[in-house]
Ligand binder design. Structure first.
Ligand code: ADP
Length: 532
């Protein structure tokens, strides 16, 4: 049931009860000179109650299909009952005539102006009829003082007519206004809700963290991005002091600094993060300051990238410098080893000088290899791409390698080559890749084991995979991340540049390099290269 009709039922009940009490009072006081039989009065009151209860029940059951019809019927019934009450309480002289307002109000409230005016008309007709019928003795008058003078009746009738229409119009008008205001209110509330939801969505969808603090520096709100950056739900931070969250920030938040600042914060898991933040005053709709808004971003990644950029720039400079020095060393080194070689051949020295010369030759050879590797790593030659048949390249490299001093007898060889594996690459650089991987494999197997080379093209024919496997000692897990770092070596006399060079060559070819190793079971290096 609508609140409007509930109120109406209540109001009808009150009014009917007041009427009943008044009647009872008159009854008990014995003021009966103008009255018809009392039981009729109570009967009409009973009908009024019945009408009200019937209305309440119908509204509650929500069975009403045609509200206007129900109200019109009820109003007509009400007006009829009230006319009955008026008749037995003295007709034109009855003090109960204003009871018609009961019928008018109901119709006006429920059906607005149209209903109010209709009810006023019905009441006027009934009342007019009653007065006339009594005046002309069509029905017996219960009042002792009748017949009245016709003018008095007209005056009474017109007076009530005006009252009925005024009541009908006003109730209808007010009911209409209430409905309009209600609608406007609902609309305003909907607009407000929508705006609030919009603001909430904007704040929650922001990529930056946003938090607010109250004048006591306590955190009052934290958005979703903020939760993600700080690594905990808003509830964890709620009411905590901002100083606890950003201990490194010494500023006084109450001053509402607007400038951009950087600070560090600690996540609940202990991770330190770098933040960039700006603060601005938080004002309510009246413009009063109610706290501060802090907008922040996670700078950890940017700062780390800046750091690694700085490092790689530094490394590049150092690399250039080192490459320059390496070049400079190579020439005198060649002269030294050449000179020693000559000395060795010409001079007939003692045994010890022979041994010393051997050492000089071996060490200068090692130094030369180191410098060659280093230069290859620091300044790889330009890519000179050609059509390369991978199977052919593997064959020719193996041919040379198996005759080189690096090869150990006892090592077995296996090849599994897919058909027609031709790619666009720099053959010399690919040879270098194979060579370095072969050396490492043979070194790891220490004289016995199987060196296996596999190559195949993917189904789409776009990528070639080249695998070099050995059955050697494997790479310990603690080293696996470091093996591609320049100068990382576990070998006596190793340069630690072999894999760095492989990595670099594969990279400039647009390929990838991966490693898989198991302790004492062997290692597989997988190189992928684009066909074109
Ligand atoms: P170097 O061979 O001069 O040491 P590399 O860069 O070629 O330099 O290799 C780095 C290190 O990686 C080696 O010292 C070795 O410990 C490890 N490593 C590389 N390949 C293998 C392999 N096939 N099996 C076991 N360890 C390997």
């Amino acid at each position: 049931m609508k609140p409007q009709s509930t109120k109406l039922v209540r109001y009808r009940l009150i009014l009917t009860t007041v009427t009943l009490l008044m009647g009872l009072f008159f009854h008990l006081q014995g003021i009966s000179a103008f009255w018809g039989p009392f039981f009729l009065f109570y009967f009409f009151i009973f009908l009024l109650y019945g009408n009200t209860i019937a209305f309440a029940l119908l509204m509650r059951l929500k069975k009403v299909k045609n509200l206007s019809f129900l109200i019109y019927t009820q109003t007509t019934a009400d007006a009829l009952i009230i006319t009955g009450i008026i008749y037995i309480t003295g007709g034109g002289e009855s003090g109960f005539t204003p009871l018609y307002i009961l019928a008018i109000l109901e119709s006006g409230v429920m059906l607005e102006r149209k209903g109010g005016l209709m009810a006023a008309t019905v009441c006027s007709i009934y009342y007019g009829l009653l007065l006339n019928l009594q005046h002309f003795w069509v029905i017996p008058s219960l009042s002792a003082r009748l017949p009245y003078h016709g003018n008095v009746l007209i005056y009474t009738f017109l007076f009530y007519l005006l009252a009925f229409y005024m009541a009908g119009y006003l109730t209808g008008y007010l009911a209409e206004e209430v409905r309009k205001r209600g609608k406007e209110l609902i609309q305003t509330k909907e607009d407000y809700d929508r705006l609030e939801a919009f603001n909430r969505d904007v704040i929650q969808s922001m990529m930056s963290g946003l938090l607010t603090i109250n004048p006591k520096d306590q955190i009052t709100f934290l958005n979703k991005a903020g939760e993600a950056i700080l690594g905990a739900k808003a509830a964890v931070y709620k009411n905590r002091l901002i100083k606890d969250l950003f201990p490194a920030l010494k500023e006084n938040f109450r001053e509402g600094l607007r400038s951009r600042m950087e600070t560090t914060a600690e996540k609940p898991d202990g991770e330190q993060i770098k933040l960039g933040l700006s603060i601005s005053p938080l004002k309510d709709h009246r413009g009063n300051k109610v706290g501060q808004i802090i907008i922040f971003q996670d700078l950890t990644l940017i700062k780390d990238m800046e750091e690694s950029m700085r490092k790689s720039e530094m490394m590049a400079t150092i690399g250039q410098l080192a490459a320059g020095i390496a070049h400079e060393i190579r020439n005198p080194l060649a002269s030294i080893s050449g000179a020693i070689q000559l000395l060795k051949e010409e001079e007939e020295g003692g045994e010890s000088s022979d041994r010393l010369m051997e050492i000089v030759l071996a060490e200068s050879g090692r130094l030369n290899r180191l410098i060659t590797d280093f230069l290859l790593y620091a300044q790889p030659p330009k890519l000179n791409k050609k059509k390369v048949d991978i199977a052919g390249l593997v064959d020719s490299t193996l041919e040379v390698f198996s005759r080189s001093p690096q090869w150990t007898q006892g090592t077995k060889l296996a090849k599994i080559m897919g058909p027609n594996i031709t790619i666009a690459a720099d053959p010399q650089q690919l040879e270098q890749v194979l060579w370095n991987l072969f050396i490492n494999a043979v070194d790891a197997m220490e004289g016995k084991g199987l060196l296996e080379i596999r190559a195949h093209k993917d189904d789409e024919g776009k990528i070639v995979t080249l695998e070099v496997s050995d059955t050697g000692k494997g790479i310990p897990p603690k080293d696996i991340k470091k093996i591609f770092d320049p100068f990382f070596t576990t070998k006596d006399g190793g340069s630690g540049l072999g894999l760095s060079i492989v990595h670099k060559i594969v990279e400039i070819h647009g390929g990838t390099l991966a490693v898989e190793s198991r302790h004492n079971r062997g290692t597989t290096f997988t190189v992928t290269l684009p066909v074109a």
